[in-house]
Design a protein around this ligand. Structure first.
Ligand code: FAD
Length: 304
């Protein structure tokens, strides 16, 4: 992953996308259509999420394996420690290896049911992602990424502790981090500065910013609430104005505002030297492609 995002022969800022494992046949069809669209744009990698509480375990393995076997995309499999013993975690890593997957995004995960509720470690599991980084690294030649939090993780007592824990994951062998979605670039820049100040060696590892092109006010509010992050007031006001005061939100207007905001974020991140851009797609191609076109990363579509 690091080699791919540092490859400067392409003349453009690298990007990557996040998919989730589909739940229905219709979603499955959509995912493969979306994957084929992105394939033409040569993302550095695609990451596949691991459902809350390990609920998508089998689907994550299957979808990640299929991407590895049947597309030219490079998959990164997410793995969380929730509800898993160390033996089960080892078996999961083995299942990824059997499918030729060597890139893993290692996460602790959130408690099942209420993501903001109390975390209880599996009696035979791990407490923090840092331990899972060591476990995966000990199992073979895996390339590991971890999560980072521009606003600080909601369970961290303060930003300094949050930075220490991120640096501990990097020292344990993670090669890069991908941030939680955020909407204030200064939060990202301050995170980068804190990591460099604490440990310049670890600070040299890429912190890949995650961008969510907003297409629905209702769904972004829900995502922000579940992740314990915040929607800045000015952005919320802009989206609320676009949504209008009708019985249902004006999706086209929200989408337009969301894509414009994501484009501005991308421009500023590129100007600030972000190593690459990672997009939450919700398995749809269009909104992310529009942002990529606006940024000159994807070729503009011919008029249809
Ligand atoms: P950790 O790094 O273990 O941190 C958890 C908490 O413990 C933090 O508050 C941290 O500050 C604290 N901490 C860490 N080490 C110590 C220590 N030594 N002593 C005291 N406190 C410590 N969730 C899913 O379920 N599936 C996914 O696919 C998924 N993908 C994600 C992708 C990205 C890019 C991101 C940013 C998050 C993703 N998540 C996913 C959410 C993630 O699982 C949660 O945010 C989770 O609450 C934290 O995971 P972590 O790996 O950062 O945990």
């Amino acid at each position: 992953i690091v080699d791919r995002i540092r490859d400067n022969t392409t003349g453009r800022v690298p990007f990557s996308v996040e998919f989730y494992p589909p739940r229905t046949e219709a979603e499955e069809d959509r995912l493969w259509r979306t994957a084929r669209e992105f394939e033409q744009l040569h993302p550095a990698f695609v990451s596949i999420t691991y459902g809350a509480g390990g609920s998508t375990r089998d689907r994550t393995v299957r979808v990640t394996g299929k991407i590895a076997e049947q597309t030219t995309l490079l998959p990164v499999a997410h793995l969380t420690a929730v509800s898993h013993s160390v033996d089960e975690l080892r078996a999961m890593v083995g299942a990824y290896a059997d499918r030729g997957i060597s890139n893993v995004l290692v996460l602790r995960g959130d408690p099942p049911g209420d993501p903001l509720g109390e975390w209880t470690k599996h009696p035979d599991g791990v407490e923090y992602a840092e331990e899972l980084v060591r476990l995966v690294r000990d199992l073979g030649d895996f390339h590991v990424g971890v999560a980072s939090f521009p606003e600080g993780h909601h369970r961290s007592p303060d930003l300094d502790h949050d930075t220490e824990y991120l640096v501990a994951k990097l020292r344990a062998g993670a090669e890069y981090s991908i941030t939680q979605m955020f909407f204030d670039i200064d939060d990202y820049l301050r995170l980068r500065d804190r990591v460099v100040a604490l440990d310049p060696e670890q600070g040299a590892k890429p912190i890949i910013p995650e961008i969510m092109p907003i297409t629905s006010l209702r769904s972004v509010r829900r995502m922000v609430e579940l992740s314990g992050s915040k929607l800045p007031r000015t952005l919320e006001e802009r989206l609320t104005a676009a949504a209008g005061d009708g019985p249902t939100e004006d999706r086209a207007a929200v989408r337009e505002a969301g894509i414009e905001f994501a484009t501005t974020m991308g421009e500023r991140l590129i100007a600030e030297g972000a190593p690459s851009l990672h997009f939450i797609t919700l398995n749809f191609a269009r909104a992310t492609c529009e942002v990529l076109e606006n940024l000159g990363i994807a070729p503009a579509r011919l008029a249809q």
